[in-house]
Design a protein around this ligand. Structure first.
Ligand SMILES: [Zn+2]
Ligand SMILES: [Zn+2]
Length: 346
């Protein structure tokens, strides 16, 4: 019997990504096999590529990538949905629904979360639990590329919901990478005035085109002072850190107004500790919160918002490459920073 092969980008370790021939998966009982039509690069992928990640979430070596959309090509026994030929997106996480966190409704914190990696390949196998709780059919007018961006948007929706952004709020975002820009799109749609800061001018220009009201060049300007100046000395109602560094986590707390909320969104390296000034926390009733990932409900509404045209995520894909060009794509993302998201087509 010959083993069928497929092309896939395997991550072996830090900065060690290789496109290889691997065994093509098959759909077993309860599973489906999907041909990937588009996958998108993500800040988390770049972070993992550059510095590694927590083993609970990704075990190496593995096929890399987690944002994708494709077409069902094989349906395992016992599967009633989806059908062969259907355009779907799924993943990258499926909560168990049974653990302590799931029972509390904190599905994003599931203690036995099923993570699905393998977007940078020709095919991906979808486990039954994923089909059950985190897979959707893509409406015909939505491109695979747009549908692939459901995952980051879901995480951002979760963050915006927790931070409780209100109509008329001033929102300051630190970082105009893909996640910062998704936050920008969502905050604008919620009726906020948005100030965004970054070190890279091209990204700030990009943010302006997406609707940012004010931009701060963190290279030449003092971001905290500028936010204060733009808000009559008060600070922003909501500050969102979208980088994942101690300095910017601390900076976010200096930008917030009395009664405001700091959303520490970017995950820091393990072991990172931060300094918090107790005074604004007590006398200013400042809320400091972290959020992690998203729940199936956020994935569903993210795809709905893309499909209805409420949020236009198309401009975030700034480059397209074939699977064999993926190593180069990550080198580009790591160095140039003017590309936002790169779409990979097998
Ligand atoms: Zn992602
Ligand atoms: Zn669970």
């Amino acid at each position: 019997m010959t083993i069928e092969k497929m092309r896939a980008a395997m991550l072996y370790g830090v900065k060690d990504l290789r496109v290889e021939d691997v065994e093509k998966p098959k759909a077993s009982f309860g599973e489906v096999l999907t041909k990937i039509k588009a996958a998108t690069t993500c800040g988390t992928d770049l972070k993992i590529f550059q510095r590694g990640y927590v083993e609970k979430v990704i075990k190496l070596p593995t096929i890399f990538g987690h944002e994708w959309a494709g077409e069902v090509v094989e349906v395992g026994e016992g599967v009633t949905w989806p059908k062969k030929g259907m355009r779907i997106r799924a993943g990258n996480s499926a909560p168990c629904l049974r653990c302590r966190m799931c029972q509390k409704g904190k599905f994003n914190l599931c203690e036995s979360m099923l993570w699905l990696w393998g977007a940078y390949a020709e095919y991906i196998r979808i486990p039954s639990q994923m089909i059950l709780v985190n897979a959707q059919e893509i409406p015909p007018h939505v491109s695979y590329e747009e549908a692939a961006m459901t995952e980051p948007l879901a995480c951002v929706l979760h963050g915006a919901e927790e931070a409780n952004i209100q109509l008329g709020n001033i929102v300051a975002i630190i970082g105009a990478g893909p996640i910062g820009l998704f936050h920008l799109l969502v905050a604008k749609k919620l009726g906020a005035t948005v100030i965004i800061s970054d070190l890279v001018n091209e990204r700030l220009e990009f943010a302006k085109r997406l609707g940012a009201d004010e931009t701060i060049s963190a290279k030449t300007e003092n971001a905290v002072e500028k936010v204060k100046n733009l808000t009559a000395g008060n600070g922003a109602d909501v500050v969102i850190e979208a980088i994942g560094l101690r300095d910017t986590w601390e900076q976010a707390m200096e930008m917030v107004s009395k009664g405001g909320t700091v959303l520490e969104f970017g995950g820091c390296s393990p072991g990172t500790r931060i300094n918090i000034d107790a005074e604004p926390l007590h006398y200013g009733e400042v809320t400091i919160m972290g959020v992690f990932h998203a729940t199936p409900r956020h994935f569903k509404s993210a795809l709905n918002l893309i499909a209805s045209g409420v949020l236009n995520v198309k401009p975030l894909v700034t480059k397209r490459v074939k699977l064999d060009g993926i190593e180069e794509a990550f080198e580009t993302l790591a160095s140039s920073k003017s590309d936002i998201k790169i779409a990979i087509t097998p």
